[in-house]
Design a binder for this molecule. Structure first.
Ligand SMILES: [Zn+2]
Ligand SMILES: [Zn+2]
Length: 348
């Protein structure tokens, strides 16, 4: 089968691999759509904490079951499925407390196991057992279902920082995930969704999104605008959906008392710390939340929101490419010349 293998950082080969053999409890999926995540390009350029090389990347996936291993019930050839990439152990302290994305023994498809940038993807038995395979309703296109995973990550972050009806939610970053965050916040009843961006093309594109207002980080005095729009109160929730180190610093400044901030994106490569205004957190009783990955239940929820057209990703998919064009696809994502880039062509 054709596959894109990341051998070393910066060395991605489109090559031929044997089609994985489907053993007991496993499910073999023929890939139909695999969306490029910013994390994929980060892995390609710099590596990533959970990445094990060599690896077929790709964790935002949808396809069709071609084979179900012995003992698998509920999945049959022809089933259209999305795959939640995180495979939990189901037994550790975190799994037993319902936070399987924090599993002490987690392994992730596209990080520890081969992912979706190949003609076929083998879902390990642990993934099948712990609910990583989700059936896709008939009228939901597979390329849209592939984006369930980033939506699930937004659901996870917003659950942690408790977006509730009436909240003023500020999102830094108008990339594809920023727009997914905006739509998830709307679903939670946010009264105002404010998006902040620096890239002019993304600012223009964001006008058609679901934000109430899109602010230019460079032009507006963003903190004044947020205070103006909230009668001086500040934002209830700030979601950091881009890697710029000044974002959390500004975010903390614009929060209302008891405001919540989500460190959703990692810091840029090579940077580990930011100056944090301790006294802002202290006096305003701010709450800081991390967010990493999502649970399989959150993927189910994301599929449901997509199927009911509560979240629209069609307009966010600006490029459909073949597996042969994967490196160009990575460059498109990094250059911000694209929004969603999805591999939809796997075979020659
Ligand atoms: Zn991702
Ligand atoms: Zn576990």
């Amino acid at each position: 089968m054709k596959a894109a293998v990341l051998r070393e950082i910066g060395q991605l080969d489109i090559c031929n691999l044997a089609v994985p053999v489907c053993h007991i409890g496993e499910v073999l999926v023929k890939m139909e759509a695999c969306s490029i995540c910013k994390t994929d390009t980060k892995m390609y350029n710099f590596g990533q904490r959970d990445l094990r090389l060599p690896r077929v990347l790709g964790h935002e996936v949808a396809g069709t079951v071609v084979e179900a291993g012995k003992g698998v019930t509920g999945f049959h050839p022809g089933d259209r499925v999305q795959v939640a990439p995180g495979i939990p152990c189901g037994q550790c302290h975190f799994c037993l407390n319902g936070i399987s994305n924090m599993c002490a023994h987690i392994s992730i498809i596209g990080f520890h196991h081969d992912g979706g940038f190949a003609e076929y993807l083998l879902v390990p038995a642990g993934g099948v057992k712990h609910g990583c395979l989700n059936k896709i309703p008939e009228d939901l296109p597979l390329e849209q279902a592939a984006m369930a995973e980033p939506i699930a990550c937004c659901i996870n972050a917003q659950k942690l920082c408790k977006v509730v009806p009436g909240d003023v939610v500020v999102i830094f970053g108008a990339g594809p995930v920023g727009h997914l965050h905006a739509q998830v916040a709307r679903q939670s009843g946010a009264a105002q969704v404010i998006v902040i961006e620096v890239d002019q093309r993304r600012i223009a594109f964001a006008e058609s999104g679901s934000a109430d207002i899109v602010l230019d980080f460079k032009k507006s005095n963003i903190i004044d605008v947020i205070l103006d729009r909230t009668e001086g109160r500040g934002a209830d929730v700030v979601l950091c959906s881009c890697a710029a180190p000044e974002v959390p610093v500004q975010g903390i400044k614009m929060l209302a008392k008891r405001g919540r901030i989500s460190f959703f994106s990692g810091l840029p490569h090579g940077q580990e710390n930011i100056p944090l205004e301790y006294n802002q957190v202290h006096y305003k009783e701010l709450q800081i939340f991390g967010a990493y990955g999502c649970t399989s239940e959150q993927n189910v929820k994301a599929i449901d929101l997509l199927a009911r057209r509560k979240i629209n990703v069609d307009w966010l998919i600006t490029h459909r490419i073949s597996l042969d064009e994967l490196i160009e696809g990575f460059k498109l994502v990094d250059s911000h010349d694209a929004m969603g880039v999805v591999v939809t062509e796997f075979r020659s």
